[in-house]
Design a binder for this molecule. Structure first.
Ligand SMILES: Cc1cc2nc3c(=O)[nH]c(=O)nc-3n(C[C@H](O)[C@H](O)[C@H](O)COP(=O)(O)OP(=O)(O)OC[C@H]3O[C@@H](n4cnc5c(N)ncnc54)[C@H](O)[C@@H]3O)c2cc1C
Length: 802
């Protein structure tokens, strides 16, 4: 072992070893992996080794598919057997809704390139896995991209392959502390100090403790988890070859073949946490005694689904710990303010995700960019609030208990809520608001006219849609107001602000008093944001973006180093306000504003600081609904007063509070995209249509070369607005768009356009399929669809500019 390396990876579990290997693949071999004990000594050694490609986030699912595809490669390269058993897997549906959902999942899998997944009847499921009792089963989904392997073999295969490529691995050497000295890390270890440029925290059960060494509190927590392995089961022993794994979605269990017996794992409804600060340093290869009382309800269901388990002995129990984050996905990537530190932790499904994490992180460390849309596992997707004990406990327990529970698209989950509320929360409650949550913040979805109204969870169109329709009608006919607290706001000030922003943003910087929409690009020409820039004064700018991207954006801003004469402040929680739009919005705002807000004095895309009601506001002439509209932003302390004043001013003009669902319907009628749906890290300006805001003639901005290249060759796909011949449901993100049996696109979002009276969706469609007859799969059913030749609502934007 040398005393200096470029990169030190802390932790020799499946994740650390995969990161080390992927760094080596990218040519980065001045690397050292330090393991406290022996490789696999954390969660890895006792894992069941199961893997699958399914994930609610399609981009994470693609990384899982990559993980699975890597096992034969790394086995061949290392010569170390990984014990791969590509058995395929069955997901059982025990309710009619779940059965419908499985067909949707099949459509999603096909849209993600899993051509060979298919639906089977209960009888076929029993033929494949003869120990299933099919009582109450509607059917199952079979996905061949599932199986299991030997966790130790797979970890060692990565380690051997990395070592063969030049990486160093040292076991029995615990990292004791991390100090930043002269722009490098001093890594204090049991075997002596090491310096390095980068450290990777792949510390698994100890990752929270390692993060705290550098002042970071990662939102992850260890939880115990049970599985049992049976003695031989004759019906299993009789199967010549592999037996598919089984996930019983109503039973909270998973089952896989283990020798001539089976392994049954349980996700119980009342999980518990263990050592929320991380495992003790001296925690060895230790299992907990089984906690039968706690898991008995799920165990009973498991024994009913697989009755033969009542007759065979249990060879061994495993009750071991692994880590959970609030949404169950890992924490990967760099952390703002801690240069040279990289997270690769919080990994709940290391054998489904290990190589995907390694790939994204190695790209990120070598190129400064993960190379894929990794937001679903980006450490920056959570705010500091997520690491607070109560929130972390509540959300991780919810995730654990719902691991196999079906999530409805309109379902609101209660854990850790309400956490962040705006000053209007109580007023909104009183007005009937039903809330969703955005990055911990309660956001009105719609305002129910009666306390008794109960929204039913559904895969189809919700029974709240008539309320949404009324809110849409209010905006199109008179006026609607919605809270814009869920926008992130950054204030950029200083003599060098314009020059710095000019390089950061792809659009031209607006003159004082004007607003502009602007893409922000990464070096490879892909989107890093769809921001609104408002120039309030010569050297005072506001950038507005999505609320949940605050840590992500701030990290990017700092990466592009604002010079000493530029200050960038996140003012999201300090300023908030309302968007008022609709034909009557001017009349309402005029009653409150001290200045003239008529079109001549304050045209579309104007911005100005002015008194509104009793507050010093910043007013922008902009709207997402496609109507004449104003955004009124005030200091948070005056937010509630402004709401009251707005209600009063709008009383005679038909003003109605509206929520997110109405905004979605309204924006789709205008074909407007939003971040995380139409605009993502994987998209380019050309394909998303945001190229119309790019100032290609600017001399220098991040991503310019790549954007110019794209403009020359033309994008390979296009964001289009679809009218869908839908029945009782609208399209959703990642629903496949097909031309016959050819997958030609993916939907990005869908909603019912209540004013137009049609189901709408935005989708990326391949350029060569733009004239084809298209079908989109909605809740698993094919629906005819057509690309709308022009924006169906106010195509020329006369209402916006009125
Ligand atoms: C019962 C059970 C069954 C499971 N089944 C599956 C399954 O079927 N499929 C699946 O995908 N996942 C499964 N998992 C989860 C899986 O085990 C984890 O996702 C995976 O092991 C996480 O790997 P890791 O490398 O992130 O962490 P770990 O395996 O915990 O590795 C972290 C390593 O870091 C080392 N370390 C920590 N601190 C230091 C330090 N200061 N200095 C040096 N080294 C340090 C530790 O010793 C450890 O070896 C299961 C988990 C449990 C508990």
């Amino acid at each position: 072992m040398k005393d200096r390396y470029e990169i030190v990876v802390i932790g020799g579990g499946i994740v650390g070893c995969s990161v080390l290997y992927h760094l080596a693949l990218r040519g980065s071999t001045d690397t050292l992996l330090l393991e406290r004990e022996e490789l696999t000594a954390g969660s890895t050694w006792h894992a069941a080794g199961g893997f699958h490609a399914i994930n609610a986030d399609a981009r994470v699912a693609a990384l899982q598919q990559y993980t699975i595809s890597m096992y034969p490669t790394v086995e061949a390269e290392s010569g170390q057997p990984v014990g791969l058993k590509m058995s395929g897997g069955l997901e059982l549906a025990g309710t009619e809704e779940r059965w419908r959902w499985l067909r949707q999942e099949l459509a999603w899998l096909r849209a993600q390139g899993h051509d060979d997944a298919y639906i089977v009847s209960p009888e076929q499921a029993v033929e494949m896995v003869p120990i299933i009792d099919p009582t109450g089963i509607y059917g199952a989904l079979f996905d061949p991209e599932e199986g299991n392997l030997d966790p130790n073999g797979a970890t060692r295969a990565y380690a051997v392959a990395a070592r063969n490529r030049g990486a160093t691995i040292v076991e029995h050497d615990r990292v004791l502390s991390l100090e930043r000295e002269n722009g490098e890390w001093r890594v204090e270890t049991e075997q002596g100090p090491i310096t390095c440029e980068h450290v990777v925290n792949a510390g698994g059960l100890w990752a929270r403790r390692i993060g705290r060494m550098v002042g970071i509190d990662h939102p992850l927590v260890p939880m115990p988890h049970h599985y049992l392995v049976t003695d031989d089961v004759p019906a299993v022993a009789a199967i010549d070859g592999l037996m598919p794994a089984v996930t019983d979605l109503e039973g909270f269990t998973y089952l896989q073949r283990e020798g001539n017996g089976v392994l049954l794992g349980l996700y119980e409804q009342h999980p518990r946490h263990w050592e929320v600060d991380g495992a003790p340093w001296d925690f060895g290869r230790t299992l907990f005694p089984e906690e039968l009382d706690r898991i008995m309800p799920e165990l009973t269901i498991g024994f009913q689904r697989f009755p033969v388990l009542q007759e065979v002995g249990i060879r061994r129990w495993v009750n071991g710990a692994f880590t959970f984050t609030p949404d169950g996905n890992p924490l990967v990537g760099p952390v703002d303010g801690v240069p040279g530190y990289w997270a690769a932790c919080g990994v709940m499904a290391g054998f489904s995700q290990g190589a995907g994490i390694g790939l994204a992180l190695a790209n990120w460390m070598v190129d400064g960019d993960p190379g894929v849309d990794a937001f679903g596992m980006d450490v920056a997707r959570f705010g500091d609030f997520a690491s607070e004990d109560a929130y972390l406990r509540a959300t991780t327990a919810q995730f654990y208990a719902r691991r196999f529970v079906m999530a409805y698209p309109n379902e609101e989950l209660p854990a850790g809520r309400p956490l962040k509320t705006t000053p209007c929360y109580d007023d909104f409650l009183e007005a009937g608001a039903r809330f969703t949550v955005n990055h911990g913040l309660e956001v009105p979805l719609y305002f129910a006219p009666s306390e008794d109204f109960v929204e039913q969870d559904t895969l189809g169109r919700s029974n709240a849609e008539p309320i949404v329709a009324e809110e849409v009608a209010a905006v199109r006919g008179a006026a609607g107001a919605y809270e814009i607290a869920q926008y992130a706001r950054y204030e950029v000030t200083g003599a060098g602000a314009e020059a710095w922003l000019d390089r950061l943003l792809a659009a031209r910087i607006p003159p004082v008093g004007r607003i502009r929409l602007t893409p922000m690009l990464g070096p490879a020409g892909r989107l890093m944001g769809d921001l609104t820039i408002a120039r309030i004064d010569e050297d005072r700018f506001w950038l507005t973006g999505s609320y949940y991207l605050q840590a992500w954006h701030m990290r990017w801003f700092h990466q592009l180093g604002p010079p000493a004469d530029v200050a960038v402040r996140n003012i999201t929680d300090d300023w908030m306000g309302f968007s008022v739009s609709g034909p009557a919005s001017r009349e309402i705002v005029a009653k409150l504003a001290r200045e003239d807000v008529a079109n001549e004095a304050f045209p579309f895309l104007s911005v100005r600081a002015m008194t509104v009601g009793s507050a010093q506001a910043v007013v922008g002439r902009i709207s997402l609904t496609g109507e004449l509209g104003y955004e009124l932003v005030v200091p948070t302390s005056q937010h509630r007063a402004l709401w009251a004043e707005l209600q009063e001013a709008g009383a005679g003009a038909g003003l109605r509070p509206i929520g997110d669902r109405a905004v979605d319907s309204l924006r789709l009628e205008k074909g407007y995209g939003i971040w995380s749906a139409e605009f993502r890290q994987e998209n380019t300006p050309g394909e998303s249509g945001l190229d119309r805001f790019v100032a290609f003639d600017k001399q220098d901005f991040v991503g310019r070369e790549a954007a110019l290249r794209e403009r020359e060759r033309g994008p390979s796909r296009r964001l289009v607005l679809l009218a869908v011949d839908a029945a009782d449901a609208d399209a959703a993100q990642d629903d496949g768009v097909w031309a016959g049996d050819r997958l030609v696109g993916l939907a990005t979002s869908g909603a019912y356009g209540h004013h137009l009276g049609r189901s709408l969706a935005l989708a990326y469609v391949d350029r060569d399929a733009l004239d084809a007859d298209l079908t989109v799969f909605v809740v698993g059913e094919p629906r005819a669809t057509e690309i709308l030749p022009e924006i169906p609502y106010d195509p020329t934007g006369t209402k916006l500019r009125a």
